[in-house]
Design a protein around this ligand. Structure first.
Ligand SMILES: Cc1cc2nc3c(=O)[nH]c(=O)nc-3n(C[C@H](O)[C@H](O)[C@H](O)COP(=O)(O)O)c2cc1C
Length: 143
């Protein structure tokens, strides 16, 4: 079974809502999905993944530092050729997912662009966009 690992950081839960909708879409499309908050995750979590999705909110013009640090720590994991994507909730500028997109590209990953960014609290339409992303990831990595 093709495997998606979702790692995310959220301050007030909005990016968490996105992560859970993404999980739902991917699971319904037949993927083996692991979802973890960044504080509970280690680089070993992504080693066996076919795709990784990194979620983070934007604060003070930057992505959440805990998530940036986590992704920096993935430099030692062989990610080249795996599918990668970033997503996150934001208020007005939304730099976080853009920064992660560039980091994943730097690791030689096959990165989906543009990253999925949703303003503030995801409503039903936003949640459906997250489920859709899960289905799209499934279509790309299903064995
Ligand atoms: C102190 C503070 C600073 C913020 N700075 C930014 C910012 O620079 N750019 C932006 O797009 N949103 C900013 N936001 C908005 C958050 O990204 C937005 O509320 C988002 O929904 C939070 O997602 P989360 O619930 O996953 O943490 C800021 C919010 C707070 C409370």
């Amino acid at each position: 079974m093709a495997k998606l690992v979702i790692i995310y950081g959220t301050g007030f839960g909005n990016t968490g809502i996105m992560a859970k909708a993404l999980e739902e879409g991917a699971k319904n499309a037949g993927l083996d999905v692991t979802i973890k908050k960044v504080d509970e995750s280690s680089p070993a979590d992504v080693e066996k993944a076919d795709a990784i999705a990194i979620g983070l909110a934007t604060y003070k013009g930057a992505g959440m530092p805990s998530v940036i640090k986590y992704v920096e720590g993935l430099a030692k994991v062989p990610l080249k050729g795996k599918l990668g994507t970033a997503f996150g909730s934001y208020g007005w500028s939304g730099e976080g997912p853009i920064v992660i997109t560039n980091m994943l590209k730097g690791y030689g990953m096959n990165v989906m662009e543009p990253p999925l960014r949703i303003k503030r609290i995801p409503e039903e339409e936003g949640k459906e966009d997250c489920r859709k992303l899960g289905r799209l990831i499934a279509a790309k990595i299903k064995k």
